[in-house]
Design a protein around this ligand. Sequence first.
Ligand code: SF4
Ligand code: SF4
Length: 179
Amino acid sequence: MNKKIDINERLKFSEQIYLPEIMKGMWYTLKQMFQPVFTMRYPEERWTPPSIFRGRPVLVAREDGTERCVACGLCSRVCPPLAIYVQADETERAQERYPSIFEIDMLRCIFCGYCEEVCPEEAIVMSKEYDIVFENRDSAIFNKEKLMTPASALTDRLTFLHQYKNPEEITKAATDLKN
Ligand code: SF4
Ligand code: SF4
């Protein structure tokens, strides 16, 4: 519960001279110096995020280097800051449509993950990449070449998504383990 503050209440003598309060603050700081360190010396030390982490969105590439994306446009429709631009085209491949242009304006992206959520093909996923640097506005627009990432490098996230979208499988596995 918050302590009620009476604005007419006078400070105690110890509070008026400040010194005890300053000593208390210094004692607290001194104690913290001997606590275990949990910060990292970035960028020399890098943090490896868990699979639940939402880093920059990327396009999933198949083993043959082609994109899973079928250019349905759902991700661009759902993207709150309108950061995605997709231009659909036809292809001879089995999926029939592919994005001839796929761009994400990373100055707009808010890492919400909606694009990943709606994608029917698991073609766009949130990666573990979090250190993104731009030298100018143009370089912040990531084209297909920059977005394409092999599925083998996204195994963690793809497995996480599979479990997230099929919770009944986890429940079943837990029940099987118990029996
Ligand atoms: S993560 Fe959110 S803001 Fe970024 S591209 Fe996807 S839908 Fe748009
Ligand atoms: S990334 Fe997914 S949602 Fe976006 S256009 Fe391609 S298939 Fe559709």
